[in-house]
Write a protein that binds this ligand. Structure first.
Ligand code: 6PG
Length: 505
């Protein structure tokens, strides 16, 4: 029998997506350059398969893969972003792929590459893309999927994607648990929704990752304050995070932080985090988000700050030297009751900074969508992030509600629910940052979010002086608050009388 789907790239994500597809009743022809990986997925499938027929067929070449598929062929790629995607596309052309065949790129491709590839290969095959979030467990038991590209391809992919994606309970908005091989979830809202034309899905996934960077950094800063500012142990911090994870801050990233903090190596009682080198890695999607925010002209300082925090962490040797050469503040003792208040304040600081990070990400998507002509549905994007993905959190339901109240919302800060939350919690947020600052603990993400909030709520900013400076040294002109908009003025700064002139365009 011919298979329903071809699959190329059997790394951790690929292998688990194959098993997820198989659980949902699809037969897979699987190929990887490493035969070992092909054998591994077959072995895993044999181990998990409860039916009498094999679900995964291993292939040893691109040609064999195509020959094992129903036509028109549907092929899923799970290969690293960049050159490997083109390499596989070229190999499939060599193997005889047809113009009505569909290739789905599930990697973290840069969105402009996806746009260019769709155009480049349009006479050879239909390139569809669908970013996947959720890591290896998500891939196995239900990821969040961000498909985009040809609507014709989507019509074919939709039932498959809706079947394998994470599901959300229609009433509670919470993820429906699925964690066993063979288990499938037939009800609930799928975390897979069509995003838009080529590139849109990868753009949205890129912003998801930018938010992921900010979310992670915010939690890490809170850990830093609790550890270095209050001198709490990893277990004590895990207890606090666990409590927070039962309320407004309920999220996957908070949940895994608890697990990481509690973990001790088997041969010592030392918490693992104390043994992990404090140098953060990054594959680039956070950086792309920050770069895009600068290009689009949409402030995303908390996301950018999270990228900077990873960069600064990588200067380990320099920091070690500077820790000897540069002094910090004198020690401020903290009483037990102050300590309890600080913990409470920190909870609100995390929540407020999180709102700002998401506000930045959603506004960035909105402005990028305008620039590229995409009709993004933000309530739908928030919905598919409620389960399966790395930033899944109870909080995403509040964002869904905000965009359902007003689909044209310019910025989440302006939604009445979030505005109220920020207004009620801002004092605690400010106090947390004051405490960290007095202790010399860097809180770039928490503080940049507060500066963002304060800038956004300021009707007047010091850009008036800035415009004066620009006009002084570069005759760049300025507008006046007391004159009609658009009228440009310049002062002859180098003359004695400093005459002001109206400049005609
Ligand atoms: C996801 C993750 C995933 C990947 C990140 C890691 O949504 O499943 O974001 O895509 O783990 O790319 O990124 P860094 O290596 O840059 O932290």
């Amino acid at each position: 029998i011919l298979c329903d789907i071809g699959f190329i790239g059997l790394g951790v994500m690929g292998k688990n997506l194959v098993l997820n597809l198989a659980d949902n009743g699809y037969n897979i022809a699987a190929f990887d350059l490493s035969d070992e990986k092909v054998q591994a997925v077959i072995a895993q499938d044999e181990h998990e398969n409860t039916t009498s027929t094999p679900r995964v067929y291993g292939c040893s070449s691109y040609t064999e893969l195509l020959s094992q598929l129903k036509a028109p062929h549907l092929i899923v790629l799970s290969v690293p972003a960049g050159a490997p995607v083109d390499q596989v596309c070229e190999n499939l052309i060599g193997a005889g792929i047809q113009p009505d065949d569909i290739i789905i790129d599930t990697g973290n491709s840069l969105w402009v590459d996806t746009v260019a590839r769709e155009e480049k290969y349009k006479s050879n095959f239909l390139l569809f893309s669908s970013a996947v979030s959720g890591g290896e467990v998500g891939a196995r038991f239900g990821p969040s999927l961000m498909p985009s590209g040809s609507p014709y391809a989507w019509a074919r992919v939709k039932p498959i994607w809706e079947a394998i994606s994470a599901k959300v309970d229609v009433v509670t908005g919470k993820p429906i648990e699925r964690n066993k091989p063979g288990q499938i979830i037939e009800d609930g809202e799928p975390c897979a929704a069509y995003i838009g034309p080529a590139g849109a899905g990868h753009y949205v996934k890129m912003v998801h990752n930018g938010i992921e960077y900010a979310d992670m950094q915010i939690i890490c800063e809170a850990y830093h304050v609790l550890r270095s500012g209050l001198g709490l142990s990893c277990d004590e911090i895990a207890d606090i995070f666990e409590t927070w994870n039962n309320g407004l801050l309920d999220s996957y990233l908070m949940e895994i932080s608890v697990e990481v903090l509690r973990h001790k190596t088997s041969d010592t009682e030392t918490p693992l985090v104390d043994l992990i080198l404090d140098k953060a890695g990054q594959k680039g999607t956070g950086l792309w988000t920050a770069m895009s925010s600068l290009e689009v002209g949409c402030p995303a300082p908390t996301i950018a700050q999270a990228v900077y925090a990873r960069s600064i962490s990588s200067f380990k040797e320099l920091r070690k030297q500077a820790s000897v050469d540069l002094s910090g503040p004198s020690n401020v003792p903290v009483s037990e009751s102050e300590s309890l208040a600080i913990i409470e304040q920190l909870h609100d600081a995390i929540y407020c900074a999180k709102i700002c990070a998401y506000a930045q990400g959603f506004q960035l998507m909105k402005l990028a969508a305008k620039e590229h002509g995409w009709a993004l549905d933000f309530a739908s994007i928030a919905k598919i992030w409620r389960a399966g993905c790395i930033i899944r959190a109870i909080f995403l339901q509040s964002i869904t509600d905000a965009f359902e109240r007003n689909e044209k919302l310019d910025n989440l800060l302006l939604d009445k629910f979030f505005a109220k939350q920020l207004s009620e919690r801002q004092d605690n947020w400010r106090k947390s940052i004051c405490f960290a600052t007095m202790k010399g603990i860097p809180t770039g993400a928490l503080s940049s979010a507060l500066a963002y909030y304060d800038s956004m709520r300021s009707a007047v900013l010091p850009a008036n002086l800035l415009q004066g400076q620009r006009d002084f040294f570069g005759a760049h002109t300025f507008e006046r608050v007391d004159k009609p908009a658009g009228k440009k003025f310049h002062v002859e700064w180098s003359t004695l009388d400093r005459e002001m002139k109206l400049i005609d365009d």
